[in-house]
Design a protein around this ligand. Sequence first.
Ligand code: S3P
Length: 180
Amino acid sequence: MDVKLKNLILIGFMGTGKTIVAKALAQELQWNFIDCDQKIIKKTDLEISEIFDQEGEIFFRKLEASVLAEILQERDQIIATGGGIVCQERARQLLLAAQADHNLIIWLQASPKVILKRTQGSQKRPLLNVAEPLQEIEKLLKIRQQWYADLANFSVDTSDLTVGQVVAKILNLLSCGGKH
Ligand code: S3P
């Protein structure tokens, strides 16, 4: 592993396993687990769906970028970002700057059907609370795919993997120092 590695940042769509994988990686590496959404909830004392309802998505995205900036001040963290963090220019710039400064960005992917299965009934994904969630997932993925790809050092498709298998793949990538 890069001895100077500051943080490991997981990006990717909702339901690709960012939070659960980040927790497991943090335990494995004895680093701090940080979840951007949880930080936002703590800061606002509101649930994610309440922020979307009361303040709207643009407000949420600004908050998300500020919280990311704060988190990136620290090191030795496994950071689970929200799936839409790449939608905002400021957050993308922060991620790019972090990448240039010894932070590694890993993109977790999954097929739309797997994403649907994993996100059904979730209270923290107001964007998928629509009549046709599969279509919405496909639409949002199309919009975001390139951003994830541009920002990531490498990616892992979690569709058919257990959490343990994803963690093992990432640890292997870290020890090889691989790109994509
Ligand atoms: C969002 C993803 C969610 C949460 C919010 C918006 C998105 O986080 O930040 O519902 O736009 O993709 P997860 O990716 O952890 O589900």
